[in-house]
Design a protein around this ligand. Structure first.
Ligand SMILES: Nc1nc2c(ncn2[C@@H]2O[C@H](COP(=O)(O)OP(=O)(O)OP(=O)(O)O)[C@@H](O)[C@H]2O)c(=O)[nH]1
Ligand SMILES: [Mg+2]
Length: 346
C-alpha cells in the first residue's frame, strides 16, 4: 500500500529516519501525494542554510562536504547532504564511492546523507532537489549541503536553490580556464582551491585570481586596488567579496575557515536583505515550474483519445508551425474551459 503522506510527514517530523527516507522518495515522485506531503511540511521550512557545493568531477566535492558536515557538527548543529546526480556518466558508480568517502559521518544521527539520481527527472534537477531540500529543511536540519557536478546546466540551477554557492577547483585538472568559460565562477560566493597539498595548487590559485580580475577589471586597474601585502582584493558580487580559499579535504585543513566564511556570507545576506530576496526568488521559481508542470498535465490529461497524435500529424505534414500550434492549442483550451464553466453557472 502506498504510504499515507500525512503519516509519513508526522513520523519524519519526530526524527524517524526511515520515514524521512520514504518521504524523500515520495516527494521525488511529483505525484498528488507528493504535493500533499510538501504542503504539509511547508510551514516548518525556512530555517536551514542551503549551501551548494559544485565543481568539476574529482575536485574533492564529496570529501569537502563530508568535512564541512563534521565542522557543522562540532558547532552542535545538524547537516543533511544531498548528493545530486551521482549517476552522471562522468562519475559512474560514484554512489558507492560517496558512501565510502562520507563514512566518517555514518552512524551520527545529526548527519543525513541522500543520493539523488536526478537525470531525466520531470521538470529537471531543481524541481526534485528543491522538493528534497524543503523536506530536509522542514524536519529541522540546520544545514543542507547540496553537492552537484558542475558539468552543465546543473551548476547554474544550484544557484537558484542555494543561499551560498561554493565552487571547488583543484590543481592538475587543467580545467581552470574551462570553468571560467563555462561561467561556473559567476555563481560562486566562495571559491576553494582544494587539494592544496598537491603540486600546482598555488598556480591554480593565481590562475583563478588572474582570470577573475581580467574579467572584471580590464587594463585600467589602478595600483590602489592592490593592498599593502600585494594581494589583489577578491572580486565582489552584489557587495560581497568572493574569497578564494585553499583547502585539504583529506586532513580537513582550511575547512574551519570555509565554514567561517559561509557564516559571514549568511550575515551579509541577512543584513543586506538578499537572504529574503533569495527565498522569494526560490519560491517563485518553484511555483512557476510547478505551474507549468500542472498546466501541461491538466491540458494533456483532458485530451480525448488520439488528439495528441493528431497534433503531431499536423506538425509532420508541416500544416502548422509548432509555435502557432501551441498558441492555438492554448486558445482552444481556454475557450473550452470558459464555455464549460459557463455551463456550470447557467
Ligand atoms: N591529495 C588530496 N586528495 C584529495 C583531496 N580532496 C579529495 N581528494 C581525493 O580526490 C578524489 C576525488 O574526491 P571526491 O571527494 O570524490 O571528489 P568529487 O568532486 O566529489 O568527485 P565526483 O563526485 O566524482 O565529481 C578522491 O580520491 C579523494 O580522496 C585533497 O584535498 N587532497
Ligand atoms: Mg562526489
Amino acid at each position: 500500500m502506498p504510504p499515507n503522506p500525512a503519516d509519513l510527514v508526522a513520523q519524519a517530523l519526530t526524527g524517524n529516519r526511515l520515514a524521512l527516507a520514504r518521504l524523500l522518495t515520495l516527494v521525488e515522485s511529483q505525484t498528488d501525494s507528493a504535493i500533499e506531503a510538501l504542503n504539509l511540511i511547508f510551514p516548518a521550512t525556512g530555517n536551514a542554510h542551503r549551501v551548494g557545493i559544485t565543481g568539476a568531477p574529482g575536485t574533492g566535492k564529496s570529501s569537502l562536504t563530508n568535512k564541512l558536515a563534521q565542522t557543522v557538527r562540532r558547532r552542535g548543529e545538524t547537516a543533511a547532504i544531498l548528493a545530486v546526480d551521482p549517476s552522471s556518466p562522468f562519475t559512474g558508480g560514484a554512489i558507492l564511492g560517496d558512501r565510502i568517502r562520507m563514512r566518517e559521518c555514518a552512524g551520527d544521527p545529526g548527519v543525513f546523507i541522500r543520493s539523488m539520481a536526478s537525470r531525466g527527472a520531470l521538470g529537471g534537477l531543481s524541481l526534485t532537489t528543491n522538493a528534497a531540500a524543503e523536506v530536509l529543511d522542514g524536519v529541522g536540519f540546520d544545514w543542507i549541503l547540496v553537492e552537484t557536478v558542475g558539468t552543465g546546466q546543473a551548476e547554474v540551477e544550484i544557484a537558484s536553490l542555494a543561499h551560498t554557492v561554493i565552487v571547488v577547483e583543484a590543481p592538475g585538472l587543467g580545467d581552470e580556464i574551462q570553468a571560467i568559460k563555462a561561467g561556473i565562477l559567476e555563481i560562486a560566493d566562495l571559491i576553494l582551491v582544494n587539494k592544496a597539498d598537491q603540486p600546482g595548487a598555488l598556480r591554480t590559485e593565481s590562475a583563478l585570481m588572474a582570470a577573475f580580475h581580467a574579467a572584471e577589471r580590464p587594463a585600467y586597474r589602478h595600483h590602489s586596488d592592490i593592498d599593502q601585502s600585494g594581494i589583489i582584493p577578491p572580486t565582489s558580487k552584489d557587495g560581497w567579496s568572493i574569497p578564494i580559499l585553499r583547502t585539504n579535504a583529506i586532513d580537513g585543513e582550511g575547512v574551519d575557515a570555509v565554514l567561517a566564511r559561509v557564516l559571514e556570507h549568511r550575515t551579509f545576506l541577512q543584513e543586506s536583505g538578499q537572504w529574503q530576496a533569495k527565498e522569494t526568488q526560490r519560491m517563485q521559481h518553484a511555483f512557476e515550474q510547478s505551474l507549468r508542470h500542472a498546466l501541461y498535465t491538466a491540458w494533456h490529461d483532458a485530451l480525448p483519445g488520439d488528439a495528441y497524435d493528431d497534433l503531431l500529424r499536423q506538425l509532420n505534414n508541416r500544416a502548422i508551425s509548432p509555435q502557432q500550434l501551441a498558441r492555438q492549442t492554448v486558445q482552444a483550451w481556454l475557450t473550452g474551459s470558459k464555455s464549460e464553466s459557463n455551463r456550470h453557472i447557467s
